[in-house]
Design a protein around this ligand. Structure first.
Ligand code: ADP
Ligand code: MG
Length: 282
């Protein structure tokens, strides 16, 4: 359902890789969805195509991967056929991606301040002093203590939770319209997960942004997001309000929900997915 208010509009998105034969092996098989100013979760088993979808939205699917779509637009602007340089501009200013583990996203030899500031250096004309002010404000906004000294710290001096907050600061510094977060909390201890997600959602809502959250933690999604898209083998096979994940009429979604390991089910065998049902769906 493409409506004018949608920020991101995706239709017929396909992602394939060359196989042994002449045909591409499609791993994302023509998906449609829109995102307005809201928080949408993309859930599904490992390998269903969630991360590749996120990368395609950022123009980051590397060769030999091939991305095609009937429509891919952000706030009405066509993203199909952008040059590498144009994509870089879009990524630095209108779209941001937060990944799972800050250890792979932060550069170990650059100071925190330099890394958070980078998008401002590349994409704005702000002077040094204004940039520094903005960085300190942003570090404060993501709940990091003592921004002024943190500015001069290096990534190895931070805990994983703090590193993830620095990443978030770097991703939000240019006020993107859409934040894509791919399993942003799965490298964190369970106690920190809710905190981090609550922080992301608070900032996204305060700033009137949209969020696409990739997660396999369905109860977390149900607690925090507006809507959910359920992906299976490269297709979106269910869409519902996040609070309705547990009671969806789709058997795959219900099974995915009941497969969640939890304190209550710890040590018990997890239910298996009923493949015959799923084959009918896909
Ligand atoms: N560079 C690649 N070349 C070939 N296949 C890939 C590549 N990257 C991912 N895939 C395949 O695409 C499918 C979807 O991957 P991904 O989007 O990472 O899944 P998810 O994030 O849902 O776990 C997987 O089956 C994976 O093996
Ligand atoms: Mg993934």
């Amino acid at each position: 359902m493409a409506h004018e208010s949608s920020l991101l509009d995706v239709k017929g998105l396909r992602i394939g890789f060359p196989g042994h034969g002449p045909d591409l092996i499609e791993v994302v098989k023509g998906i449609d969805f829109t995102i307005g100013t809201e928080t949408v979760a993309l859930v599904g088993e490992s390998g269903s195509g969630k991360s590749l979808t996120a990368r395609a939205l950022m123009g980051l699917v590397a060769r030999p991967g091939q991305v095609t779509a009937e429509r891919l637009s952000l706030a009405g602007d066509d993203l199909l056929g952008l040059s590498a340089r144009q994509w870089q501009q879009v990524r630095g200013t209108r779209l941001s991606l937060v990944l799972q583990d800050p250890r792979y996203s932060l550069n170990p030899v650059l100071k925190i301040g330099t890394q958070v500031e980078e998008a401002l250096v590349l994409h704005t004309r702000l002077g040094r002093r204004e940039r520094r002010e903005k960085v300190l404000d942003m570090l404060d906004a993501v709940g990091l203590p003592d921004p002024a000294s943190l500015y001069h710290s290096y990534p190895h001096e931070l805990s994983g939770g703090m590193g993830q907050r620095v990443m978030l600061a770097a991703m939000l510094i240019n006020d993107p319209r859409l934040l894509i977060a791919d399993e942003p909390t799965s490298a964190l201890d369970s106690g920190l997960r809710d905190q981090m997600l609550e922080l992301i959602l608070r900032l996204v809502r305060q700033r009137g942004m949209a969020l696409l959250l990739i997660s396999h933690d369905l109860p977390l999604v149900a607690r925090y997001c507006d809507r959910a898209l359920v992906m299976y083998r490269g297709r979106i096979i269910d869409r519902c309000r996040a609070t309705e994940l547990a009671t969806s009429s789709n058997p795959y979604t219900r099974t995915l929900w009941s497969c969640q390991p939890s304190a209550q089910t710890y040590g018990q065998a997890l239910p298996t997915l009923d493949r015959s049902l799923i084959e009918e769906l896909s």
